[in-house]
Design a protein around this ligand. Structure first.
Ligand SMILES: [Zn+2]
Length: 92
C-alpha cells in the first residue's frame, strides 16, 4: 500500500497540493476486485477507502466502533496524480 503523502500545515506546497486531484485505485474488501475513484482531492484521499462503495458488488466500507467489531475497509493499492493544466506554461 503506497504511503500517503505528508501534508504540511500551511505552505504554498500545501496549497498547490490541495488544488490537485488524484485517481485512487482501491481493492474491495468484500470481492477483492479493483476499482478506481477519480477526482479525489488530497483532503479526501485517506477518506476514499472509508466512504466509497464498491462498483462491482456494492459493498460499503465500515469503520469499527470502539470495542465493537472490526473495520471493513477497501485497500488503496495505487494512486496517481491527475494531469491538470499547468498554471503557467513554460516559455520556449
Ligand atoms: Zn466489491
Amino acid at each position: 500500500m503506497p504511503q500517503l503523502p505528508y501534508i504540511p500545515d500551511n505552505s504554498s506546497a500545501t496549497r498547490s497540493l490541495r488544488e490537485k486531484t488524484w485517481t485512487v485505485v482501491l481493492r474491495c474488501h468484500a470481492c477483492n476486485r479493483r476499482f478506481a475513484v477519480a477526482n479525489v482531492t488530497i483532503d479526501r484521499l485517506a477518506l476514499a477507502p472509508q466512504v466509497t462503495h464498491c462498483v462491482h458488488c456494492g459493498a460499503q466500507p465500515r469503520l469499527a466502533e470502539a470495542g465493537n467489531g472490526e473495520s471493513r475497509l477497501h485497500v488503496i493499492i495505487d494512486m496517481r496524480q491527475e494531469k491538470t493544466s499547468p498554471p503557467k506554461a513554460p516559455s520556449s
